[in-house]
Design a protein. Structure first.
Length: 435
C-alpha cells in the first residue's frame, strides 16, 4: 500500500509557508502529489486556486514522479464544460502535472446557486477531456456523492482511476471504504482529512492505494475500458480473510451484543489470538509479547502495573467470570495485551494496535484508546474499522491501558498461516545440500 496527500491553498494557509515535500516524503507520503489547480468555469463561477504552481513544481523539484492537478467541476452547458477542460489542461501544463483529477462534490456554495455537478456534466467533461488530452483523468467521486447526488450511475462509463472518500476512524483506511459501488472497486481511498503531516499541515487529506507505486503509475497510464470493469488493483501482501461475511456488518453495538452474536462461526480461543498477535509483532518489527507472568485462561487485571524498567507488552487478561456477560472474555475467547502506561508503554500499545489494524477484517474486536491527538484510537467491530464515536464512551474510556482482541477461529487459522508465509518468505532459501 502506498499513501499520499492531496492539498489545496487551505493546507498552504495553515502552514503559512511553502510545503516541504522532502519532509512530507519522510512522513510516509512520497512519490505522489495531488494539488488543486482549478475550480469552476473561467467564464462564470471561478474561485481562484493560489499556490498550485508552488505546490506541484515543489513536488517535482523534490522528485515526486506522479503529480496530479485536480479540478472542482461545476454544472454548465457544453461551452462551459469545454472552458473547464481547456482551463484544466492549461493549468496542468503550467504546473508540470502528469495527470488530472476531476473532483465531483456538491459544495454548499454550488448547491446554493444550482451549480453542483450533475452526472451529465461528469460525462461531458470526461468525453471532452479524452477527445483532446492523453493524460489519464482520475475521478474523485465518493460513494455518498454517487448515491446521493449523481443518481447511482454505472461508473464503468469513466476511464481512469476512481477515488472514494471514507474516513472510518480517521487514522487508517477502513475495510468498508474499499467496497464497490457503481460496478467499480475504488482504486484510491481518501481515508482522512485530518492527518498530521510534517511538511504539510496538521489537518491534511491522506489517501491510500492498495498496491505498489509501479501499479499506480501503470493505472494512470492505462486507460480503463468503458465496456468492462477496470482491473481491480488490490494486491495486499496478506490475503483477505475468505470467510468474512458481509452479514456480520449488521451486528448490534458492542454494549448490546452477547457471546452468541455470531452463532455461525466458532470464536477463537485466547491462545490462538495471542499466537497471531505475536506473529503480527514479528512481521511489523515490534518486540514479542511476554506470556506466562499471569496465569493464562484466568481472570487477572487489565492494567499492567509492573516497574518502569519492565517495558514490554504482556498478556494480562483472557478469561473473566460469568459476571461479564457482554464480553468475549466470558469463556476465554478474548485477550488483553498491555504495557505499563507512560511515554514508552503508550507508544508501544499504540504501535501494536496500529499493526493489528492492518488485519482488521480478521478480528471481531480490536479496542485500544490512545492519548495522542493525531489518532482517534483503534476500534474494530466485526471486521470493520469504526470510529471512537461509533464504538462509544464505555469502550473508549476503559481501553487506554491495554489492547483488547477477539476473533473467530477460522480467521485466526487463516491469519496465522498468512503471517507465517510472510515470515517464511523473508528467510533466504539455500540451494543444494552442504555436506
Ligand atoms: Zn478485553
Amino acid at each position: 500500500m502506498i499513501r499520499f496527500i492531496d492539498v489545496s491553498m487551505h493546507d498552504r494557509n495553515r502552514r503559512g509557508a511553502p510545503l516541504d515535500w522532502a519532509a512530507i516524503r519522510a512522513a510516509g507520503f512520497g512519490d505522489v502529489a495531488i494539488a488543486r489547480t482549478t475550480y469552476g468555469d473561467p467564464g462564470g463561477f471561478n474561485p481562484s486556486s493560489p499556490y498550485a504552481d508552488e505546490m506541484l513544481l515543489g513536488a517535482k523539484a523534490a522528485g515526486y514522479p506522479i503529480r496530479i492537478g485536480y479540478h472542482n467541476l461545476i454544472h454548465g452547458d457544453q461551452n462551459g464544460i469545454n472552458r473547464q477542460v481547456d482551463y484544466l489542461r492549461r493549468r496542468l501544463d503550467e504546473c508540470h502535472a502528469t495527470s488530472g483529477m476531476a473532483d465531483i462534490e456538491p459544495y454548499d456554495e454550488l448547491k446554493s446557486n444550482g451549480l453542483w455537478p450533475r452526472w451529465d456534466d461528469v460525462q461531458r467533461f470526461h468525453d471532452r477531456w479524452y477527445a483532446l488530452d492523453q493524460r489519464p483523468m482520475m475521478w474523485y467521486i465518493s460513494r455518498w456523492v454517487w448515491s446521493g447526488w449523481l443518481g447511482l450511475p454505472d461508473l464503468r462509463r469513466l476511464r481512469g482511476p476512481l477515488t472514494n472518500a471514507s474516513y472510518g476512524n480517521g487514522y487508517a483506511p477502513s475495510v468498508a471504504g474499499w467496497a464497490s459501488y457503481g460496478n467499480r472497486v475504488p482504486n484510491v481511498l481518501q481515508y482522512t482529512s485530518t492527518a498530521n503531516v510534517p511538511g504539510a499541515s496538521g489537518a491534511t487529506d491522506a489517501n491510500a492505494f492498495n498496491g505498489s507505486l509501479a501499479e499506480f503509475a501503470s493505472l494512470l497510464n492505462t486507460p480503463v475500458s468503458g465496456a468492462t470493469p477496470p482491473p481491480v488493483s488490490v494486491s495486499p501482501a496478506i490475503p483477505v480473510y475468505p470467510n468474512y461475511k458481509p452479514s456480520d456488518l449488521a451486528s448490534p453495538l458492542v454494549n448490546t451484543h452477547t457471546n452468541y452474536a455470531h452463532p455461525s462461526e466458532t470464536r477463537a480461543s485466547y491462545y490462538q489470538i495471542i499466537e497471531a498477535a505475536n506473529l503480527i509483532c514479528e512481521v511489523h518489527g515490534l518486540p514479542p509479547i511476554k506470556v506466562g507472568e499471569f496465569a493464562l485462561g484466568s481472570n487477572t487485571s487489565m492494567e499492567y502495573t509492573g516497574t518502569p524498567s519492565q517495558q514490554f507488552l504482556r498478556v494480562t487478561d483472557t478469561r473473566r467470570p460469568l459476571a461479564s456477560p457482554f464480553s468475549y472474555h466470558m469463556d476465554g475467547r478474548a485477550a488483553d495485551i498491555a504495557a505499563l502506561r507512560g511515554t514508552y508503554g503508550d507508544a508501544l500499545m499504540r504501535d501494536f494496535a496500529q499493526a493489528v489494524l492492518h488485519y482488521a477484517n480478521y478480528f471481531l474486536e480490536v479496542f485500544h484508546s490512545t492519548p495522542y491527538a493525531e489518532d482517534d484510537g483503534f476500534y474494530v467491530k466485526d471486521g470493520v474499522i469504526v470510529s471512537s464515536s461509533w464504538i462509544g464512551d464505555d469502550v473508549v474510556s476503559t481501553h487506554f491501558d491495554h489492547d483488547h482482541l477477539a476473533a473467530t477461529y477460522n480467521a485466526m487459522v487463516t491469519l496465522t498461516a498468512a503471517l507465517r508465509a510472510v515470515l517464511e518468505s523473508r528467510i533466504p532459501v539455500l540451494g543444494g545440500m552442504i555436506l
